[in-house]
Design a protein around this ligand. Structure first.
Ligand code: AMP
Ligand code: MN
Ligand code: MN
Ligand code: MN
Length: 272
């Protein structure tokens, strides 16, 4: 069976509309599907009008920090009109705008003038994020590629990696739980943590009420999945899977085979 509980629409940094994502999900044979935009649920304003065989689960990918390191927590199956959730989203939206203005200021010394204003003047959908800055830095010839821009200024630990305004780790988990959802730690191997720090992160996540962790995020080698499966068992979490699809490429396709998860409970059993 194919399931996908992590992907992005044009309401964050993906390129497809929610409808296009659902059509693609149905075409690929996905049975259970969630769009998890960064810090917003705008996609769900459109999805109730769609006629599809795919089971759609409300989702979001919250930005937060753990010990000053940027981490992402996916929320699934919450009430989309929950007041706790909506006020958390409003707070993240404000922080995202403020952060973008700070990033824009930092980038002036690299030669990008009025970056924030330039991005906002051409943005049709969604919220501003680091990928928008990567794009404009490449457009203006300041860096040669998106990857290069992340490596030099936007990526983890670099000058534009500003994350002090996100809602705290524990609060994000609480908000997801209070709105009836379950909290899933996204891509645990992407934070550059040592094994012992990753275990500390999982322990804190579990103690604060987190329920799941991603075993599979996009294309991934089997040794990584095996390692994450073991951690999932050790911390008694439920396993989740998602493509983290943003745009069509040979590296990314909607839908993950549920066979990668064995011997642990899976989040979608608790969602249906
Ligand atoms: P933001 O939500 O503004 O913090 O931006 C984070 C997003 O930037 C991630 O969800 C990815 O889509 C993208 N991203 C992060 N690191 C990289 C990277 N090294 N290269 C390209 N895109 C990246
Ligand atoms: Mn993204
Ligand atoms: Mn993420
Ligand atoms: Mn994502």
């Amino acid at each position: 069976m194919l399931v996908d509980l992590h992907c992005h629409s044009h309401y964050s940094d993906g390129v497809l509309s929610p409808q296009e994502l659902v059509q693609q999900a149905e075409f690929n044979g996905i049975k259970i599907f969630s769009i998890t935009d960064h810090d917003n649920i705008d996609a769900y304003g459109e999805l109730n009008k769609i006629n599809t065989t795919v089971t759609i689960i409300p989702g979001i990918e919250f930005s937060t920090t753990w010990n000053k390191i940027g981490v992402h927590i996916v929320g699934l199956n919450f009430q989309v009109n929950s007041s706790n959730l909506l006020s958390a989203i409003a707070s993240q939206k404000k922080s995202r705008c403020l952060r973008a203005q700070l990033i824009s200021e930092k980038l002036t010394r690299f030669g990008l003038i009025d970056g924030y204003e330039k991005i906002m003047s051409k943005k049709r959908f969604g919220q501003i994020g680091r990928p928008d800055f990567a794009e404009i830095l490449v457009e203006e010839g300041i860096f040669k590629s998106r990857e290069h821009a992340f490596k030099k200024v936007l990526g983890s630990g670099k000058v534009c990696d500003i994350k002090s305004h996100w809602l705290p780790f524990e609060e994000v988990i609480n908000v997801i739980n209070l709105s009836g959802g379950i909290a899933v730690l996204a891509h645990p191997l992407y934070y550059g943590l040592t094994n012992s720090n990753l275990k500390r992160l999982l322990k804190d996540f579990k103690n604060f009420g987190g329920q799941g962790m991603e075993i599979l995020n996009g294309f991934q080698t089997p040794d990584k999945s095996a390692y994450l499966l073991k951690l999932c068992q050790d911390y008694s979490l439920l396993g989740s899977i998602g493509s983290d699809f943003h745009f069509p490429s040979k590296w990314s396709r909607l839908g993950c085979n549920t066979k990668v998860i064995q011997h642990v409970g899976v989040v979608w059993d608790s969602l249906l």
